[in-house]
Write a protein that binds this ligand. Structure first.
Ligand SMILES: Nc1ncnc2c1ncn2[C@@H]1O[C@H](COP(=O)(O)OP(=O)(O)OP(=O)(O)O)[C@@H](O)[C@H]1O
Length: 578
């Protein structure tokens, strides 16, 4: 340790200098460091500047893997974001869909529950409601039927008062033989080539256009029109009331008129009518009016014990303008049509001289006789119809009541007869009246001729009254050119057409109220004089073919029906039977 004063001063001086130097060195060092620091800062700034510039310059450069990667990353990132956004929006949608679905479902459940409630309520109420509706439908239908019946009844009453002839029209179906010579069918011929249509129950329309022919469009009105589908039963239903009228004492005539092959024999007798008509035990099939009428007559008789009528039948045909008795036997008891004459009784009625009458006690007996008569009826195949009837068939059923006041024959005595001068001069052959043959005959159902022809109603001197039911199957009108007939068949055709024209003339004269009615222009009209101009209830069934090739004859037949409807003959009166 330096001495005090001098020595110690120099130490401290030394020391201060030393420290000063050290301080100075430190200060220098600090300056150095600060400079170094400043330089470093400068460098850093420069480096940053370089880096920034580098970054700026690198951006537009493409194809550089790191920048592509960056872009891809960015795109991926963006996609991710979009996917996320989509996911979240679909989650939102799903959620709202679920909510809507739940709402809908609950609405549906509510609606089903309501419907079920309604349904149950309806089920509970338905039987009553259905019953009520059914009842009201029945009532309305019944009302409508009653109205229809009433309208018809009034029409018929009016027609009866005027003595009108009831005319029905039946259109048969188209049949295979219609096609054979069928002309080309026009466009407007609606129903399978047919040109005749049942518009309703009372109207028939003929509508036809043929090249080179004027257009046909005509309607006709009749009491009843049956279309091709109408059954035999339906047709018979309209005939039935006349049978009651007959049993009540009215004269009745049911007549089928129409062109050859139009369905007259089918309507009156049924199919296969050249054989025996169907027995009444089977009236359900195609049996025609005659077999059904036979069954119905005997049914009505059996139902009413107060009635004890006796029925006789006679069968004639008008062939080539001659009348043949189809129930007569020749001398050898062989059935053969015998020619007969029309006479006028003193009462001015028409009768067939010597006509064979056969009493019938059942429908079967009736139809056996009809079958026998039909076997003799003239037939001839033609180009139009293979089984064409060549004669007019007239089946007459005579009604008499059994009374104790009758003569031994059971038949009334004969009114005086006089030979009709206009009739054929061939003598009539009155058969012997045999009281014994009236009811029990041996062999069964022998034929019997009446000494005086009572072909029509004749008042009985004993007060006994007859009514007649005539069932007429007329021969068909035909055009010889179309039916292709020659020789004797041509004469038949000519006779048929002439007699039908005479029938039409008679109706025309009656309709016009002419003073002279030309009944005697043909045997047919002469035979039917009392029916046509008298007090019989006359029903004409006009049969027509629907085919285009028959349209001319169809118009003619419908015209005939229209003319018949115009006839007013005065009210038919019943004969007093009981
Ligand atoms: N409504 C119908 N339904 C079915 N077939 C029918 C009908 N009408 C007629 N026919 C058939 O038509 C054909 C001719 O009928 P039908 O013999 O009755 O004629 P028609 O008018 O009597 O002829 P013709 O005057 O030449 O004797 C027959 O084969 C018959 O069976």
């Amino acid at each position: 340790m330096p001495a005090r004063g001098g020595r110690w001063g120099s130490f401290w001086e030394l020391r201060a200098r030393q420290l000063q130097r050290q301080l100075q060195a430190k200060e220098e060092r600090i300056v150095e460091l600060e400079t170094e620091n400043a330089l470093l800062h400068l460098k850093l700034a420069e480096s940053r500047e370089v880096a920034a510039r580098g970054r700026r310059e690198e951006t537009p450069r493409r194809g550089h893997p790191s920048s592509a990667l960056t872009r891809l990353r960015r795109a991926a990132q963006k996609l991710k974001q979009e996917m996320e956004a989509l996911r979240s929006s679909s989650r939102g949608l799903l959620q709202s869909y679920r909510e809507e679905h739940r709402d809908c479902l609950s609405e549906i459940v509510r609606a089903v529950q309501t419907a079920q409630l309604h349904h149950e309520a309806l089920l509970a109420a338905w039987p009553a409601e259905a019953g009520r509706l059914e009842r009201s439908l029945r009532d309305v239908t019944e009302c409508w039927r009653q109205e229809q019946r009433e309208r018809r009844r009034l029409q018929e009453a009016l027609a009866e008062l005027k003595g009108d002839i009831r005319v029905l029209c039946r259109i048969r179906p188209l049949l295979p033989f219609d096609d054979k010579a069928q002309e080309p069918v026009s466009q407007n011929s609606s129903v399978s080539g047919g040109v005749v249509h049942a518009v309703d129950d009372e109207t028939v329309l003929v509508e036809c256009t043929r090249p080179g022919h004027p257009l046909i469009n005509k309607t006709y009105t009749f009491e009843r029109v049956y279309g091709p589908a109408a059954s035999q039963r339906v047709v018979f239903e309209d005939v039935c009331p006349l049978l009651t009228s007959f049993l009540d004492g009215y004269n009745v005539c049911i007549m089928a008129y129409g062109q050859t092959g139009s369905g007259k024999s089918f309507t009156m007798l049924g199919p296969h009518c050249q054989e025996e008509p169907a027995p009444p035990s089977e009236p359900c099939g195609d049996a025609g009016i005659i077999p059904r009428a036979a069954g119905e007559l005997f049914r009505l008789i059996s139902e009413d014990a107060s009635r004890s009528p006796e029925l006789d039948i006679s069968i004639v045909e008008v062939y080539n303008n001659d009348i043949f008795d189809l129930l007569a036997n020749d001398s050898g008891r062989v059935a053969s049509g015998v020619k007969r004459q029309v006479l006028t009784t003193q009462q001015g009625k028409k009768a067939v001289c010597g006509l064979t009458y056969q009493s019938v006690r059942s429908a079967a007996e009736f139809l056996t006789l009809v079958g026998r008569g039909l076997q003799l009826r003239a037939k001839q195949p033609t180009a139009v119809h293979a089984e064409s009837s060549r004669s007019h068939l007239v089946i007459t059923v005579t009604l008499a009541t059994a009374t104790s006041s009758r003569g031994p024959s059971g038949r009334p005595s004969a009114p005086a007869l006089q030979l009709d001068q206009s009739a054929s001069t061939e003598p009539c052959r009155p058969g012997p009246r045999s009281p014994a043959t009236r009811k029990r005959q041996s062999p069964p159902m022998p034929l019997r001729t009446r000494g005086h022809g009572l072909g029509q109603v004749a008042p009985d001197p004993l007060g006994q009254v007859h009514a007649t039911l005539q069932l007429v199957d007329l021969a068909g009108s035909e055009c010889a050119g179309v039916s292709g007939v020659t020789g004797p068949a041509l004469r038949e055709t000519s006779c048929i057409n002439r007699s039908l024209a005479a029938l039409s003339d008679v109706l025309g004269a009656l309709a016009e109220g002419r003073g002279h009615i030309p009944y005697r222009n043909s045997r047919l009209t002469h035979l039917l004089q009392d029916v046509l101009g008298g007090d019989a209830k006359l029903q004409v069934i006009v049969c027509v073919s629907p085919g285009q090739r028959h349209v001319a004859e169809t118009l003619q037949s419908l015209g005939f029906g229209a003319r018949a409807r115009q006839v007013e003959r005065g009210r038919p009166a019943p004969r007093k039977l009981r």
